[in-house]
Design a binder for this molecule. Structure first.
Ligand code: CUA
Length: 335
């Protein structure tokens, strides 16, 4: 009966064997000590049992050797666990710079994923074999947890902040994707599949035609629709230009310096008065409640990709903020 029940999920990522090694070590260690302790308890109970009614045991004053032994040996063992576990954790937590980036939004009760180049999926994620993948994740409502057992990775997906998760698949095929944090009535249905394709199949999938543009394209449209471009353009005195600022240092008006990562963009859109760029006034309104998490990720994707001279012109689809009748429906570009 138990022959069909696998002890471990299959190993399908580079980190999986390493996680299993640590877990096996911990299991072996706890098994060894459990057996040792129970054996000794039984052995001592028999060996030192009371043999006569008036028997009084010899008093024990203490033993420095014993004290040192049971302090130093456990110390060495837990240090091994600490160093080994930390090493594996850091490999998980630090994806290489060239990692394939995918945005993930969790909401009651589905997973929504989008590649930087545009492909969107519900309850699914498609990635290539052998290439590091980095997920940038957030939640639209409550705390979820993105978990792929075959890859041995899981990470909380939390409303109001972004978390990341990375892995490198080593096998093609379909693997379970779970929500591993109870998040309401249909938590158990918040499941899907991770599809790992060969490099060429993945490229084909990536190039397949689709109705909507890339995340950055959608973000570009939002940048115009929300009239961000009215202030954030190169000629504006009111707000800084946002071209080419990703992963640069941003001096703030309080003398501190912020680093323009994903979280910086997010905070700046939702809470613009918290980190004000040096030389500018805190006049930007908050967009909290005006953009949902998906739109926020699209805006961030656009801003990260925005290079010198690429700020869209004000006149293209939006015009100045006052009155803007849509010129002609047919002028809308499909990309
Ligand atoms: Cu989402 Cu459980």
């Amino acid at each position: 009966m138990f022959a069909q029940v696998p002890l471990w999920p299959e190993q399908a990522s580079t980190i999986a064997p390493r996680v299993d090694a640590v877990t096996s070590f911990l299991l072996a260690l706890t098994t060894f000590f459990t057996i040792l302790i129970f054996t000794l308890v039984i052995f001592f109970a028999i060996k030192y049992r009371r043999r006569a009614e008036n028997e009084v045991p010899r008093p024990v004053a203490g033993s420095m050797r014993l004290e040192l032994t049971w302090t130093i040996i456990p110390l060495l063992i837990v240090m091994v666990i600490f160093v080994w576990g930390t090493d594996v954790y850091f490999e998980m937590a630090r994806p290489p710079e060239n990692a394939l980036e995918v945005y993930v939004v969790g909401k009651q009760w589905m997973w929504y994923t989008q590649h930087v180049s545009g492909q969107r999926q519900n309850q699914g994620l498609t990635v290539p074999i052998g290439r590091p993948v980095r997920l940038t994740m957030t939640s639209q409502d409550v705390i979820h947890n993105f978990s792929i057992p075959a890859f041995r990775v899981k990470m909380d997906v939390v409303p109001g902040m972004t978390t990341t998760l990375s892995f490198t698949p080593t096998r093609t095929g379909k693997f379970h994707l779970f929500c591993a944090e109870y998040c309401g009535t249909n938590h158990s249905r918040m499941v899907g599949w991770v599809t790992v394709l060969s490099q060429s199949d993945f490229q084909q999938w990536l190039d397949s035609p689709r109705a909507d543009g890339s995340a950055a394209d959608a973000g570009r449209k939002l940048f115009q629709k929300l009239l961000c471009v009215t202030c954030h353009n190169r000629d504006s005195q009111r707000a800084p230009s946002l071209e080419g600022i990703y992963r640069t240092e941003r001096p703030l008006d309080d003398g501190k310096v912020a680093f323009a990562d994903d979280e910086y963009y997010r905070q700046s859109i939702l809470y613009p008065d918290k980190q004000v760029r040096a030389g500018f006034k805190p006049i930007m309104p908050s967009y909290k409640g005006q953009v949902n998490e998906v739109e926020l990720l699209q805006l961030i994707a656009f801003l990260k990709a925005l290079g010198p001279g690429q700020t869209p012109p004000r006149t293209e689809e939006t015009g100045p903020p006052a009155v803007t009748p849509d010129p002609q429906p047919s002028s809308k570009k499909k990309q």
